[in-house]
Design a protein around this ligand. Structure first.
Ligand code: G3H
Ligand code: 13P
Ligand code: ZN
Length: 309
């Protein structure tokens, strides 16, 4: 089974009323934890790499880890650039074997977002690679893009048709109230399903992407805080809202924070319980298992993509 694009995955997900998990990868234990869960549940998978991950682990190492995961599991896996900020990084990932890239022009005015996105689409499509664009601004921090709450803006449904037609993108990330990181809502969590519904009406059958979709799982926040962490007020997107989005036009749900949290909570607990231990395998192994558990939970109970590979 080679690397695949997300085209076929999204077509089936849209029709089936479920979503594909797009999980961020930064090292071997994360790749293994995610792919072991997907293998056991026979789930299609998107592994995504940010500019920060490429800088941390290097493109070639991440690529080889993902190729190893495909050889080991036989799963169809799409490898995707998360939040590409310019044409050059998208080109570098396309040339380096990625099957999907995101060009995040959401910080630019509408016309400039269209111009940049189309430039990436033209290059990517010529090489058989698919492209995700973004309209609307999520609050939070993504690599070099820091959008304050005041600057965040919901997607305007009046713009989506023109954007998709003029750019030729294969999927579209929209802002409906989610945000990146562990602190998503000050008060009650609320997503603008009315905007999602309107976008769906304007773009029938077109795959929508939800960023900032970690639930900031309370059980791991609790473990973190019990063993020396300080995450007061951490709050994520409730799982029932994600399930509802997956049953609508949302075909790709991005999850990073929940993996970081599970890994960190497990390592903190391990250090506390075994202060004498200094073999990295003794704490990275359990951390990898925690990631596998989180991903299995998301696949079965949130995304609904088990047995869809
Ligand atoms: O949306 C951003 C992802 O969580 C990636 O985070 O840029 O720190 O690797 P990063
Ligand atoms: P979270 O921070 O909610 O996990 O979102 C990740 C994401 O959107 C990656 O692009
Ligand atoms: Zn994101």
């Amino acid at each position: 089974m080679p690397l695949v694009t997300s085209k076929e995955m999204f077509r089936k997900a849209y029709e089936g009323g479920y979503a594909i998990g797009a999980f961020n990868v930064n090292n071997m234990e994360i790749v293994q934890g995610i792919t072991e869960a997907a293998k056991e549940l026979n789930a299609p998978l998107i592994l995504q790499v940010s500019a920060g991950a490429r800088k941390y682990a290097k493109h070639v190492y991440l690529m080889k880890l993902i190729e190893a995961a495909i050889a080991d599991t036989g799963l169809p896996i799409c490898v995707h650039l998360d939040h590409g900020e310019d044409f050059e990084i998208c080109k570098s990932c396309i040339d380096g074997g990625f099957t999907s890239v995101m060009i995040d022009g959401s910080k630019f005015p509408f016309e400039e977002n269209i111009r940049l996105t189309k430039q990436v689409v033209d290059y990517a499509h010529a090489k058989g690679v698919v492209v995700e664009g973004e309209l609307g601004k999520l609050a939070g921090i993504e690599d070099n893009i820091n959008v304050s709450e005041k600057d965040a803006a919901f997607t305007d449904p009046d713009q989506v048709q023109e954007f998709v037609e003029k750019t030729g993108v294969d999927s579209l990330a929209i802002a409906i109230g989610t945000s990146h990181g562990a602190y998503k809502f000050k008060g009650e969590p609320k997503l603008r399903f009315d905007i999602l519904e309107e976008v769906q009406n304007r773009l029938p059958g077109f795959p929508i992407v939800l960023h900032g979709a970690s639930s900031v799982m309370p059980e791991y926040v609790e473990i973190c805080n019990k063993y020396g962490g300080k995450m007061p007020g951490a709050k994520g997107v409730p799982e029932d809202m994600l399930r509802k989005a997956a049953s609508m036009a949302v075909c790709k749900i991005n999850i990073d924070t929940d993996l970081r949290l599970a890994m960190t909570a497990t390592i903190r607990k391990n250090f506390y319980e075994h202060p004498e231990e200094f073999d990295p395998r003794k704490y990275l192994g359990p951390a990898r298992s925690a990631i596998k558990e989180v991903v299995a939970h998301k696949i079965k109970n949130v995304l609904g993509c088990d047995n869809k590979a």
